[in-house]
Write a protein that binds this ligand. Structure first.
Ligand SMILES: [Mg+2]
Length: 218
């Protein structure tokens, strides 16, 4: 084992990038192609949700469907939509690069792994790391231990875990996984709800906030 390092886990949507609704539109299109349902995603709050949880919500409202086929259609639709609609949030490339010099850096996201790869590839920011995805659990609060186990399986000794995300659900999942919670204001939550969730650090974005983040890890 190497000497212990921190494990930093980034959420994707609202934290590293925006997709201008490409994810929601791709799910809607996939449900329409598979089941003929119009507006299957209406009224479903995607902020901080895992893809598996989203499917559960649709199943409860609309009925059963073959999930593996839905996932395949969604990824097809997403691949077509994502280019040109995904944009990196301020400072994310620099922040990920700086953190990778001093820590193990992965993803903690509700996206299925392939959806995560498509989204991050669209902004040239996909990397392989000890990560946890929507494929690993329906409940986001179960994802920190998954990433921690993957880091250990790679031979990494993990000192602290830090979860960086844009919603109170990211803060909650950090708490559930005994991790440090860093919130960024670049995403889908109101400032008030983020403050109420009491993260250890609340950043305007990963550009202005990088120094504070490095100090926290220092
Ligand atoms: Mg998010």
């Amino acid at each position: 084992m190497s000497s212990p390092q921190d494990l930093i886990l980034f959420d994707i949507d609202g934290t590293l990038l925006r997709t201008e609704g490409a994810g929601r539109a791709s799910l809607d299109a996939a449900f329409f192609r598979l089941c003929g349902w119009n507006g299957a995603m209406d009224g479903i709050d995607l902020a901080g949700a895992t893809d598996g949880w989203i499917l559960q919500q649709v199943r409860q409202r609309w009925g059963a469907f073959p999930e593996d086929r839905l996932q395949a259609l969604y990824l097809e639709e997403l691949e077509q939509r994502i280019t040109g609609r995904a944009s990196a949030l301020p400072g994310v490339h620099r922040a990920v690069a700086a953190l990778r010099k001093q820590a193990h850096v992965g993803l903690l996201t509700g996206n299925w792994r392939e959806g995560a790869r498509l989204k991050l590839s669209a902004i040239n920011l996909w990397w392989e790391g000890p990560s946890a995805f929507g494929d690993d659990a329906v409940d986001r609060n179960h994802l920190v231990p998954v990433a921690r186990r993957r880091a250990m399986a790679l031979g990494h000794a993990v000192r602290r875990v830090v979860v960086i995300g844009d919603t109170p659900k990211d803060v909650e999942c950090a708490r559930a996984g005994d991790a440090i919670a860093v919130a960024v204001k670049t995403g889908f939550a109101t400032l008030e709800s983020l403050e109420q969730s009491q993260p250890d650090l609340l950043l305007a974005d990963l550009d202005q906030g990088l120094d504070a983040l490095l100090r926290l890890l220092g």
